[in-house]
Design a protein around this ligand. Structure first.
Ligand code: CTP
Ligand code: MG
Length: 230
């Protein structure tokens, strides 16, 4: 079955600062959103719904002139989850034959195709919600209310969650409807699925799939890209 991706790119990019919309920022002569579509297509995605601002339609068309898969643009919402919900509605419209959906941050342009493929493979083996995650490198402490005190967390149990997160499309739509109608606070789509009792499956992510948030991350992304094209 074909796999559709919802690529969210409707944030304000406040922490990255000046330089235009984050998804259209350049690394190695190519917009971040174009790199993201290359990665998704390489891992087996056949179509994309990009969620951003309609006024950027011409700029996206320009950046994605040589995109490897067909894509459409739809309007974002106030919070990331609103943007995902809009993207899912559009995905159901343009890709009614897609049983599976991948939800991906445009801000993670260099996810390896192998990670995308692993997410899709887990869906095809019957998982309804799949997330790539990596071990954390730093020792982590939970800050204590008492000044100067903190407790170390057992790092071996911690995982940092990445995207693309993969879902059975109908299940994710049902999960979104549920959290919206109940007014539940969730920070990602996997949490929304857990709220309707679905099990979340982890696959191995990659440090290449860093999320570009601050200017420092662009420096790292440039290096990741250079190594890839060496
Ligand atoms: N996103 C979105 N709609 C929103 C908020 C975020 O589509 N209302 C997307 C962003 O475009 C990004 C991803 O969600 O691809 C992860 O968000 P983040 O890294 O926080 O990006 P921004 O929200 O753009 O950045 P900032 O928080 O610094 O403004
Ligand atoms: Mg944000």
């Amino acid at each position: 079955e074909p796999v559709v991706a919802v690529v969210v790119a409707a944030g304000s990019g406040v922490r990255l600062g000046e330089g235009g919309p984050k998804a259209l920022r350049d690394v190695g002569g190519r917009a971040l959103v174009a790199h993201a579509l290359d990665s998704l297509a390489g891992g087996g995605v056949s179509r994309a719904v990009i969620v951003s601002r309609a006024e950027l339609a011409a700029a996206f068309a320009d950046a994605l002139a040589d995109a490897p898969i067909p894509w459409t643009l739809t309007e974002g919402g106030a919070e990331r989850q609103d943007s995902v919900a809009n993207g899912l509605a559009e995905a159901e419209r343009v890709a009614p034959d897609s049983r599976y959906v991948l939800v991906h941050d445009a801000a993670r342009p260099f996810v390896p195709a192998s990670v995308v493929a692993a997410v899709i493979a887990a869906l095809r083996s019957g998982a309804s919600a799949v997330i790539p995650a990596i071990r954390v490198i730093d020792t982590i402490r939970v800050a204590d209310p008492h000044p100067g005190e903190a407790t170390v967390v057992d790092r071996s149990r911690l995982r940092a969650v990445q995207t693309p997160q993969g879902f059975d499309l109908a299940t994710l739509v049902r999960a979104h409807d549920h959290v919206r109608s109940k007014g539940l606070a969730v920070t990602d789509d996997a949490m929304a699925c857990e709220a309707i009792g679905e099990h979340v499956t982890l696959v191995e992510g990659s440090r290449d799939s860093l999320k570009i948030t601050e200017p420092f991350d662009l420096l790292v992304a440039e290096a990741v890209w250079r190594r890839r094209t060496d």
